[in-house]
Design a protein around this ligand. Structure first.
Ligand SMILES: Nc1ncnc2c1ncn2[C@@H]1O[C@H](COP(=O)(O)OP(=O)(O)OP(=O)(O)O)[C@@H](O)[C@H]1O
Length: 255
């Protein structure tokens, strides 16, 4: 039979990584479809961040394959993967604190354009950067804060600005490591809403501990335990999976 389904955006096969004797990735298989919001959950130390780092290129896998939009990513540098359409945020903030919200996004846009310093002019007055920056800020509800210094933003707003900066690189897939970390309930739900809207334009792969937001946001969830994906499916199938329940010692039922 002919298969008319679209090719996956990301397909990981047999991925392995060890730090000395510690195997953090033990034959991971993962498939992300175009337009999907996909969550990776798992206990502390399961290898979630290490997996994201192997996709983005911060960490080089030992073996296996990472196909992204039909290209093998293994062996490519972080900036090469970014150019192919991988955008990411980090657990620690990467903002320019003394600059305005708008200026931060403009710098991210400028880095995508690869402006050389020979043609440099003050970013803050460049109309080719101002308009797209404002459009991105609008998508993340940050436009009213555009003149504020990044340092003066609330925690949740900073996380949203980090996503705005990742979006400035026009990714096909956004990699988010714990986007709700350290947020209160209201901030978390604002982030869920923002990501749900973004999910209509860009695929999202995110690591998150907060089950309630994972179940509310993700189309599919992969459960990583000791470096292996033990289950993958929608919220209901993951909630009811006996292996997942035992890995979480029942805690998953509370969400
Ligand atoms: N550069 C490194 N060198 C040695 N060990 C490492 C390195 N990075 C991570 N590890 C170890 O690999 C294991 C997996 O770490 P990783 O951060 O990927 O897990 P995680 O699932 O993201 O955990 P958490 O939920 O706590 O953030 C941990 O035991 C960690 O201590």
């Amino acid at each position: 039979m002919v298969d008319f389904s679209p090719p996956p955006l990301l397909q990981i096969r047999g991925l392995r990584k060890a730090f000395g004797a510690l195997e953090v990735t033990r034959g991971v298989e993962l498939r992300i479809e175009p337009g999907e919001i996909h969550a990776i959950i798992g206990p502390n130390g399961a290898g979630k961040t290490s997996l994201i780092n192997q996709i983005s290129g911060e960490l080089e896998a030992d073996s296996g394959s990472i196909l992204f939009a039909g290209r093998e990513l293994r062996g490519l540098a972080v900036h090469q993967r970014a150019r192919l359409g991988l955008g990411r945020t980090y657990q620690t903030s990467s903002l320019f604190d003394r600059m305005s919200v708008e200026h931060n996004v403009m710098l991210a846009l400028q880095s995508r354009e690869g402006h050389s310093f020979r043609f440099w002019r003050p970013t803050a007055s460049d109309p080719r950067l101002i308009n797209p920056a404002r459009e991105i800020l609008q998508r993340l509800d940050l436009l009213p804060l555009r003149t504020q210094r990044a340092a003066d933003l609330a925690h949740g707003q900073r996380r949203q600005l980090e996503i705005a900066m990742a979006l400035a690189t026009r990714p096909k897939l956004l990699l988010l490591d714990e986007p709700m970390a350290g947020m209160g309930q209201e901030e978390s739900w604002q982030m869920v809403e923002a990501l749900r809207r973004l999910g209509k334009e860009v695929s999202i792969l995110f690591v998150e501990h907060d089950m309630e937001t994972v179940f509310a946001l993700a189309d599919r969830i992969s459960v990583l335990v000791y470096g292996r994906v033990i289950a993958c499916g929608d919220a209901d199938s993951i909630r009811n999976d006996p292996q997942v329940r035992s890995a979480y010692l029942g805690g998953i039922e509370d969400a």
